[in-house]
Design a protein around this ligand. Sequence first.
Ligand code: ADE
Length: 274
Amino acid sequence: MRIDVISIFPDYLAPLELSLTGKAMAAGLLDVGIHDLRDWTTDRHRTVDDTPYGGGAGMVMKPEPWAQALTDVAELAGRAELSGSADLAGSSDDTPATTASGTGTAAEAGEKPVLIVPSPAGAPFTQADARRLAGRSHLVFACGRYEGIDQRVIDWAGGDFDVELVSIGDYVLNGGEVAALVIIEAVARLIPGFMGNPESLVEESYEDGLLEYPVYTKPADWRGHQVPDVLLSGNHAAIARWRRDQRLIRTQRTRPDLLAGLPDAALDARDRQV
Ligand code: ADE
């Protein structure tokens, strides 16, 4: 998978080099380009914003630097020839980006890149979105600042990209960078080969609409607090039942909306006794 991020604060994206995303880059599963939007400005001050039409507080990001940046990123990503790009660890200067499945760039795969515009006005980002995006070969993140990006960029980009306005929660951040980090981590860990132990993905919160069960490790008695007996019993059926009950109880307490949204078939008669 190829991921490009365009921002006026490219340093915000440095954490991508850490931990599992860094390893995925080194392993060639993930190829990441970070770009400074100001490299696509043409004036002496490298201006990226201007006052809003219609008045009001704050500034709006000018359309032309975005159009230039997005055009370059969409056209050149597969050839690693981006001007103004700082490719992170694992990407190489002279070989084309390849996807996890080895199918090459989005263009070679015959699909548009996905343009993700993090915004508090976007659709809520969910685990289902992460899973869907993990199946795409090229994601481009346009990280806006100030009051946002001129809407005409979003409308115009629909020709070359599958455009998605995405919110990571009902609160307002200073810009799209942190949201991009969140989305990238949620997506990247679902790329086949990314997780050391893919089984840990199976019973995760949000994968099947229930939250995770609580977990324990040694010692069995810690400061007078005991691990639940059933987990020490060796009875696998009883452990599985206990874990399922815990998931149901947790979800009911913390996120009753998730439980209410489950299809009827998701819960059996035994589940309904919890
Ligand atoms: N930019 C500012 N706030 C945001 C949010 N909640 N989600 C995504 N992008 C944002």
